[in-house]
Design a binder for this molecule. Structure first.
Ligand code: UD1
Ligand code: CA
Length: 511
């Protein structure tokens, strides 16, 4: 295992084919920037030093480099005069920061998201074992167009890398290409870089010319074709970015399936790089697991869910749900059509049902919010059942307030809890209650006014309508009065009955 490794990551080029205000290497693949993936792979080689070459839009790129490789030396390449020039800038910055380089220097690009640390490490080990001045991580590809070709002599020894632009007709037929990843003996590299020229079709300083310089000096050069060529492919435009994303996703899903996760439909399942899944998780079609989501064993997610930075407990069931920064307890049930916003914590065996939105809400073990509700800035105790159509009115137009519902409470349908308010343990509320005042433990709160029933209203006030007809038919009333015209006299209803009272004369005009 190489133990004195310096890795230089080139990321100064513009990437104009992305047609984006975002720098190419910052475009995400599976939830991580391309350069984030590369630096992640680089870190796995346990390098002694990392140097990142930045140029174009470096104010965007630098923070990403610092996030993924906090100890990296940042080398600024103001103008891009080629890969040879970029590496010279990198070496100068590294020397200035930490003294002369020794050991092995690997050069990689910032736009190859599928690259794996293991491949880099194996390549560096081969390079060191063969004691080469330069080694090429090559690839044999069906379509070599655009790549530098690896030119070998009759016995197969590497002579040079010839860039597409400078290649002869015959050289263009070579299918062994330079992936771009090269390994150097540090002393040879330091010696070769100042000798590169830009006397070529591209007018650039080609790092690849070091191969030819090594051969001229009688030094050993190696080329090791990588089986998995995709690992070294870059994404240069949005089409390739999508292809990379699909390939990365397929690889992530394969890894999880091999680790014991059931993925019913890999084609419609998207799992980002930092997601963690336990064995016996089942993902049904149409699931996106994003960010730092964790799904514990035996949980079933899907169909059709998007979960970002969520934790799903073991054995939980999440169906057609959109959730972010939410925790779903063991054995809990969410969905269909639920929206869990940040700060939602659903306890073990709890339930958030259809058309329920939650935010900053602690919903206790076994507590249920089954239907058509909004629960924001609230605590709901264990075993409590919230009636259908409950709205927690957390916002008074100026500030947000908290609502507390105790344990094993039973609140009625179509309630409004006007925060700040609390409902005690074991309390109940009636249907349609607007809870403005605290409800003590064990109490029943009702606030809906007594019901007023005005007999015969439809027939008088909605005469001629299907409503009136239906009412008349139900009443066995005479057809004529139901089909008569609306009289518009504003006469008082014949009978006004108020549930639970005899008052009949204080209501508004029921039109
Ligand atoms: C390069 C190689 C070619 C190889 C191919 C693989 C050279 C001369 N050619 O060609 O043999 O087959 O990659 O993809 O090395 N960069 C800088 N500063 C520069 C120039 C480039 O940072 O001044 C960075 C770019 O951002 C990019 C990488 O280096 O990430 C490669 O540069 P690019 O211009 O794409 O090289 P190619 O022409 O593709
Ligand atoms: Ca390229």
């Amino acid at each position: 295992m190489p133990d004195n490794l310096t890795v230089i990551v080139l990321a100064a080029g513009g990437g104009t084919r992305m047609r984006s205000k975002t720098m190419k290497v910052l475009h995400p693949v599976a939830g991580r920037s391309m350069i984030g993936h590369v630096l992640h792979a680089v870190a796995a080689t346990r390098p002694r030093r990392v140097v990142a070459v930045v140029g174009h839009q470096r104010e965007q790129v630098t923070p990403h480099v610092q996030q993924w490789a906090p100890d990296a030396v940042l080398a600024v390449q103001e103008e891009q005069h080629g890969t040879g020039h970029a590496v010279r800038v990198a070496v100068e910055a590294a020397v200035a920061a930490e003294g002369p380089l020794d050991g092995t220097v690997l050069v990689a690009y910032g736009d190859t998201p599928l690259l794996e640390g293991e491949s880099l490490r194996a390549f560096a080990a081969e390079h060191e074992a063969a004691q080469c001045a330069v080694s090429i991580l090559s690839g044999v590809v069906a379509e070599p167009h655009g790549y530098g070709r690896v030119v070998r002599d009759e016995v197969g020894d590497v002579l040079a890398i010839v860039e597409e632009k400078d290649a002869t007709h015959d050289q263009r037929d070579i299918h062994e290409i330079n992936s771009g990843i090269l390994a150097f003996d540090a002393e040879f590299l330091a010696d070769a870089l100042p000798r590169l020229t830009n006397d070529n079709a591209g007018g650039e300083y080609y790092l690849t010319d070091t191969v030819h310089l090594a051969r001229e000096a009688g030094l050993a050069v190696g080329a090791y074709p990588i089986d998995d060529v995709k690992q070294t492919e870059g994404a240069n435009d949005r089409v390739q970015l999508a292809e990379m994303g699909r390939e990365m996703n397929a690889r992530i899903l394969t890894r999880w399936m091999k680790a014991g996760v059931t993925v019913m439909d890999p084609a419609t399942t998207w799992v980002e790089a930092d997601v963690v899944l336990e064995p016996d998780v089942t993902l049904l079609p149409g699931v996106q697991l994003l960010g730092a989501t964790l799904v514990r064993e035996d949980a079933v997610v899907g169909p059709d869910c998007t979960l970002k930075d969520c934790e799903v407990g073991s054995g939980a069931r999440v169906v057609r749900t959109h959730a972010e920064l939410a925790v779903v307890g063991d054995g809990a049930s969410v969905g269909p059509f639920s929206y869990l916003r940040p700060g939602t914590r659903l306890g073990a065996a709890g339930k958030v049902g259809a058309f329920v939105e939650t935010k900053n809400a602690e919903i206790g073990d076994g507590a249920k919010v089954p239907h058509l509700s909004y629960v924001g800035d609230a605590e709901i105790g264990e075993g409590t059942n919230i009636g259908a159509g409950t709205i927690v009115a957390n916002y008074d137009g100026v500030a947000k307030h908290r609502t507390r519902v105790g344990r094993h409470a039973r609140t009625g349908s179509n309630n409004t809890f006007v925060a700040p308010v609390s409902i005690g343990d074991g309390a109940s509320t009636g249907g349609g209650t607007v809870v403005r005042d605290d409800v003590p433990p064990g109490a029943l709160a009702v606030s809906a006014g007594p019901q007023r029933t005005i007999e015969g209203w439809a027939v008088r006030r909605r005469a001629g309508t299907p409503q009136a007809l239906a009412a008349a038919e139900a009443d066995g009333a005479d057809q004529d009065s139901a089909t008569g015209s609306h009289d518009g006299t504003g006469e008082q209803p014949a009978a006004v009955r108020v549930a639970g009272s005899t008052a009949a004369d204080d209501g508004p005009h029921y039109d």
